[in-house]
Design a protein around this ligand. Structure first.
Ligand code: WQD
Length: 337
């Protein structure tokens, strides 16, 4: 089947494109390359030994979106394209609504007009807000704490209304926890522009010597060692989760919502220690104040995805860091040659 992947040149999008190609699907990518580069698609093609069709365009451009869906005539759409910085969303909320909400509505309208109604949406654990100690389950109450998270929740609500209005839609909402790592070849990976806001790419730069130290945001959380605990999931496990969701959504009427995490939590200091062990490099850090909007612990209840998608994450923290370090070492400047 042909699958249209919006944001397919990005970190999770490119890994998912690879997994879909490997499964025998055909892939068309729609991307504005605002936060990604076409080089990642060249790497995907080389790794998979197959070509990727690519349409450059912006979700805010309704005619361009309609033309892309009409041209690709996909069996399903996997929607990654969007902005994802919590900090930037607080400074520029309208930019986030335009890209993440209006852009998605444009895409859904184009799909409806083309009779394409199988949709997989990239949501985020951030919709659970401060979940407390326990794992987050899909039916838990949602409480967003920043404009980025609000755009994810807004789109989730729009999707539920859409499916309720027209039973022909089959929609998967996938709530990612913390995606990290890279394809084991070291040829695909996360290439943040400027200073990374996420922990693992930042620690990788300290290990590589391109950054002096890590600021640990808070050492007084109610956790094992006082630092923030997150459910880190290998990006290849995440990509496999999309394949499982695609197979489920083809026969689905309505909306299914699934967590994509491991169910295990690791602290900031555990990440730093593991990275130092894997890279055999010193990783200097200093504990500073908490970052606004951060929660102490975020961890997934993974039972529903296992039961209904037949999927679970298989890679542990060591493999996540080993694969990230290989990517970091082979691509110190990301995809920039
Ligand atoms: C992880 C832990 C920080 C940087 C965000 C988004 C979420 C999703 C994933 C898009 C936390 C600590 C971090 C640093 C630190 N993105 N940290 N020093 O905030 O859990 O999730 O990215 O979907 O929506 O909210 O990820 O990697 O920024 O932070 O101590 O320099 O590392 O406090 O405990 P986060 P993160």
């Amino acid at each position: 089947m042909r699958i249209l992947i919006t944001g397919g040149a990005g970190y999770i999008g490119s890994h998912t494109a690879f997994v879909l190609l490997e499964k025998g699907h055909d892939v068309t990518v729609f991307d504005n390359f605002a936060t990604s580069t076409r080089i990642s698609l060249d790497r995907v093609e080389r790794l998979a030994g197959r070509t990727v069709s690519c349409i450059e365009g912006d979700l805010r451009d309704r005619p361009a979106v309609a033309a892309a869906v009409h041209e690709a005539k996909p069996a399903a759409v996997v929607h990654f394209a969007g902005l994802k910085s919590v900090g930037e969303s607080t400074a520029r909320p309208l930019l986030y609504v335009a890209n993440n909400v209006s852009g998605t509505v444009n895409l859904l309208d184009a799909m409806d007009a083309a009779g394409v109604r199988r949709f997989i949406f990239s949501s985020s654990a951030t919709v659970y807000g401060a979940a407390g100690e326990g794992p987050c389950a899909e039916e838990d109450p949602l409480a967003v704490t920043n404009p980025y998270g609000r755009t994810k929740l807004m789109v989730e609500e729009i999707l539920r209304d859409l499916a309720a209005s027209d039973a022909r839609w089959g929609i998967a909402v996938l709530r990612y926890f913390n995606p990290v790592g890279a394809h084991e070849s070291g040829s695909l990976g996360e290439a943040p522009q400027g200073t990374p806001s996420n922990l693992v790419p930042l620690v990788g730069q300290v290990a590589a010597g391109t950054r002096a130290h890590v600021d640990v945001y808070g050492g007084d959380y109610p956790t094992r060692d006082g630092t923030g605990v997150r459910d880190y999931i290998h990006v290849m496990d995440l990509a496999a989760g999309h394949l499982a969701a695609l197979e489920r959504v083809l026969g689905l009427s309505g909306v299914g919502t699934w967590n994509l995490g491991t169910g295990r939590g690791h602290s900031v200091l555990e990440i730093i220690r593991t990275y130092a062990k894997v890279s055999r490099r010193e990783i200097p850090y200093r504990v500073v104040g908490r970052r606004d909007g951060d929660v102490a612990t975020s961890r997934a209840d993974v039972a529903k995805a296992r039961r209904e998608l037949g999927w679970r994450a298989r890679r542990g923290l060591l493999e996540m860091i080993e694969d990230h370090w290989r990517w970091q070492s082979l691509n110190p400047s990301g995809y920039r040659s």
